[in-house]
Design a binder for this molecule. Sequence first.
Ligand code: ADP
Length: 539
Amino acid sequence: MKSTMQEAPLLISDILRYGQQVHGDSTVVTVDAGGHRSATFSEVATRAEQLAAALARLGVQEGDRVGTFCWNNQGHLEAYLAIPSMGAVLHTLNIRLPADQLAYVINHAEDRVIIVDASLIGLLAAIKDDLKTVETIIVAGEGDSSALGQTLSYEELLAAEEPGFEWPVLDERSAAAMCYTSGTTGNPKGVVYSHRSTWLHTMAEQSASSIGMTEKDRILVIVPMFHANAWGTPYGAFMAGTDMIMPQMFLMGEQLAAIFNEHHPTLACGVPTIWNGLLQLDSPVDFSSVRAITAGGAAVPQSLIEAFEERFGVTIVQGWGMTETSPLAAFGLPPARRIDGHDDMYYKIKAGRVVGGVRVRVVAEDGSVLPNDGNSVGEFEIRGPWVTGSYYKDEDPSKFHDGWLCTGDVGTLDQQGYMTISDRTKDVIKSGGEWISSVELENAVMAHPDVFEAAVIAVPDPKWSERPLVCVVPKPGRSPAPAELVEFLTGRVPRWWLPEEWTFVSEIPKTSVGKFDKKVMRAALAQGSYEVQTTSPAK
Ligand code: ADP
């Protein structure tokens, strides 16, 4: 039997129209070192119509890929709305990718047009000669673009067009946007989102069990728009009428503090390293407007959550997801019903609770599905309408298992849907046949008052196969001794986890999106760049 419901495809143009008509007065503020500029959703939507008209005039057709090589700013938001709505495919390019990988993803996606922010011209120019499919480069903002050869001006293109582009009715399953994983191993892999997947993800994000953005909110979007759709916040904001604050730069602690002090966000989202940086500031930060900070993309240390609560009265909520999952798949609000009477912190340090609409399971190495008992450790697999079912132009089936995506994350799932991540499969430390969780060990070390950051990698060991090496960045003016750290860890982690090998560095290498880069750490160790100090084994 068929339903009586109307056949209305889930299209991004409807998110655009809704924000334009219903939340036309909500604002987007682009902040950079020199100040800020503001526009209403209504203005942004009108400019999106003009952008679509300009791209159509340049010959962009349904299914064509249009790359963006841009910061978080108003223009990028216009591209987020216009390109999918006209039926083309938004390809967000990571401005921090190494040159060879950047050329690879542009060629692999076969981008026809690229929109580049003027301040990023140099980075794009460096690979220009390697680009095989790009016909047109559009420069947003003022700058000398001669290094790119012939280019077009974003503002001039828009000025030549009338508002009122007629958004086509598309198949909701057609490609809307694509994003490549940051490629910690091998070449980046392309994930292609559909209109439908983007819509459903947006609705999940709107839920009060999730980020729950509303018209009363002002969200500070620190997570880059070139990474995992800025966690879906652009579409979420347009749907909810949430004001957006977009920093057009990579933020250091002082600049971030200035944004909080001047723009008073109620919500903010970014990777944990960003928030850790704020703890080191001596100058005051005004968090009085903030109702929650969302942190994810990497494990959020308990010490960080506690410090924000105690020093600033700010709640950090953890989310979990991947480029492959749009990205939101779990969100860490504590439950109303507690099974064993646990306190809030017990839940806050978990990766999150699976959001309604996706399914997560834990799978053993032999492929069998393990119980959701909070104890059985295995790899997470995930399935759902905003989870990728393959990679773009990639036949490799190894990341999929019976239609589920193998996440590469290892951990446990409890009966209420809370995920605890102990590691990525490639980072686990196998010691004497058992697994040591690098994530848990890092969190325990980072709880020491003299430690700013800590990351743990495996080192080969003749007796135990692998042992942990802890890489520590001390707080300024502090120099914790390894023996003191071992003593601190005693009782906080299982005795056989207590590390014997330590190295002290000024910085932990980070990926293009600010996560600990363990691949680079392993290479540094192999090249002898780390001076390793040894403490006597606990065993
Ligand atoms: P990359 O592989 O470049 O890091 P993604 O940004 O897609 O690409 O990262 C997804 C991964 O980030 C997840 O598979 C997981 O390992 C990690 N991650 C995301 N959120 C969390 C979290 N809350 N806790 C621990 N790890 C997380």
